[in-house]
Design a protein around this ligand. Structure first.
Ligand SMILES: Nc1nc2c(ncn2[C@@H]2O[C@H](COP(=O)(O)OP(=O)(O)O)[C@@H](O)[C@H]2O)c(=O)[nH]1
Ligand SMILES: [Mg+2]
Length: 327
């Protein structure tokens, strides 16, 4: 990806512009971060000491759960409370990026028109881990630019998406009535990813059943010092949204309170670092494997049943390590 034409960006100008809240500098800095350019990396390195002030909120759940609608409703509520909002949407089916729901888009434009909301859509990039790297970078840029709240919408399907949501201070799981099987399949694992849960589309039948199922799952989950509240929302009308903002704020107060602040900062740093290291390792290893031709050859031998896949995976790792030793 190349940066937009017209003028040559320098990292210094972009950093200065971002910190001053300049919208054009912000947009260009984000483009560099998304492209993972040298300037983008320098911008991220230089702004990082200025991050950590924003309240970061991950919004995760299945496609169609109403995440984008809810993000819009949350942003509206935050604006009522006088807070500015940065939004990163990486759901590929997001109406923010695809215009699937014209009404939502028009209302979203109202919201961004007041200058207190900045919205950026990002395309999911397949399985090379580029997503967690660039999405958390964009969150950092919005944080440094001074937005009070930064929201990240992701489809809670892949590892990558879960990691993105996980990098946020507070993650909201968006479930639906009638999603019983789906809720069961999440099991305790995904429940532990979220600190606040909501049964969205509570105007539909079965909302209370879904609520009861979530509570039952939560009862068997391993919980720390925070017990995730489970709420009901109707994102389309905004019903329950003020209560959801209150719950997110309570969790934010919990993780920033003096008793938990140090522990939580370390936990969040661990999640972020591991997610980024995993993505980088994955990418570098595939590049090294491709360079040596080892991947191709091992795939052939497994397909011919000459080697078992576990043995081949170990051989692939050896080839990658040997390639790294040569570099
Ligand atoms: N009935 C009802 N529909 C909703 C609600 N929230 C969102 N929707 C609808 O659900 C569909 C998917 O919403 P969207 O926000 O795009 O979901 P996402 O894929 O999770 O981002 C859209 O048609 C929304 O209008 C709600 O609270 N009640
Ligand atoms: Mg969406």
């Amino acid at each position: 990806m190349t940066p937009p034409s017209g003028g040559v960006d320098t990292a210094s100008d972009l950093v200065e512009g971002v910190l001053a809240g300049n919208r054009r500098a912000l947009a260009r800095a984000i483009t560099h971060v998304e492209a993972d350019s040298a300037i983008g990396r320098e911008v991220l390195a230089r702004i990082y000491p200025r991050t950590g002030r924003a309240q970061t909120v991950g919004i995760t759940g299945s496609a169609g759960a109403g995440k984008s609608t809810l993000v819009g409703a949350l942003a509206r509520e935050e604006r009522k409370r006088g807070r500015t909002v940065g939004i990163v949407a990486i759901d590929p089916s997001s109406p923010f990026s695809h215009g699937a729901i014209l009404g939502d888009r028009i209302r979203m434009q109202d919201l961004t028109a007041d200058g207190g909301v900045f919205l950026r859509s990002m395309a999911s990039r397949g399985n090379l881990g580029g997503l967690s790297e660039s999405a958390t970078g964009v969150v950092d840029v919005l944080d440094a630019a001074g937005f009070d709240v930064v929201m990240i919408e992701t489809v809670g399907a892949g590892q990558d998406e879960v990691e993105v949501a996980n990098a946020a201070g507070t993650t909201v799981l968006v479930a639906n009535p009638g999603g019983g099987d789906e809720v069961q399949s999440m099991k305790a694992g995904l429940m532990e990813v979220a600190q606040v849960m909501t049964v969205n589309k509570s105007d539909l039948a079965g909302a209370d059943t879904a609520l009861t199922q979530l509570k039952a799952l939560l009862a068997i989950a391993h919980l720390g010092s925070w017990e995730p509240p489970i709420l009901k929302t109707i994102a389309r009308t905004g019903e329950g949204v003020p209560e959801l903002v209150d719950a997110i704020d309570r969790h934010h107060a919990h993780i920033t309170s003096s008793v938990h602040a140090v522990e939580e900062r370390r936990a969040q740093a661990t999640r972020q670092l591991i997610a980024l290291a995993r993505a980088a390792l994955h990418r570098e290893a595939l590049v090294a494997a491709a360079t040596t031709g080892a991947l191709e050859a091992l795939v052939d031998s497994v397909a011919r049943r000459e080697r078992d896949p576990r043995n081949a995976a170990a051989a692939l790792l050896d080839a990658v390590k040997a390639q790294w030793a040569r570099e």
